[in-house]
Ligand binder design. Structure first.
Ligand code: ZN
Length: 125
């Protein structure tokens, strides 16, 4: 499982969503954890409580049987809180503002880079 930190794109985007891990509704905030399978299959948004809970797996980091284990590079709850402090607002007010910014391929690429604050590499087979 891969966990990235994403900035919320617009103020008008939905602000409450169920966590893909525990199913509880939670407030997305200005930055939220986004969960993928190891090969990039999108699973959904994850709540901060689950992020904190899964962080405990990091205690197993020295286990030699876990050779390819993405948990090593997961962000922590502290990383999420720090990102929310740095970026307290969504990137744009409205989707019109966002479309006005992403006028061409290059601007769209830049937008994606700025949205994903904590990217993780997909596993290559
Ligand atoms: Zn959860």
């Amino acid at each position: 499982m891969l966990i990235e930190l994403w900035r919320k794109e617009t103020v008008e985007q939905y602000s409450v969503t169920p966590c893909v891990i525990c199913g509880n509704d939670f407030e997305l905030g200005s930055v939220f954890p986004m969960v993928y399978g190891d090969r990039g299959q999108e699973l959904g948004e994850m709540c901060p409580v689950c992020l904190d809970y899964l962080d405990r797996r990091r205690a197993d980091v020295d286990d030699p049987t876990l050779g390819n284990w993405p948990a090593r590079n997961w962000p922590t709850l502290k990383d999420l809180e720090e990102a929310r402090r740095r970026f307290p607002e969504p990137m744009f007010e409205t989707s019109d503002d966002m479309c006005a910014f992403a006028v061409d391929f290059e601007a769209d690429e830049r937008l994606t880079r700025e949205t994903i604050l904590w990217p993780m590499e997909r596993e290559k087979v």
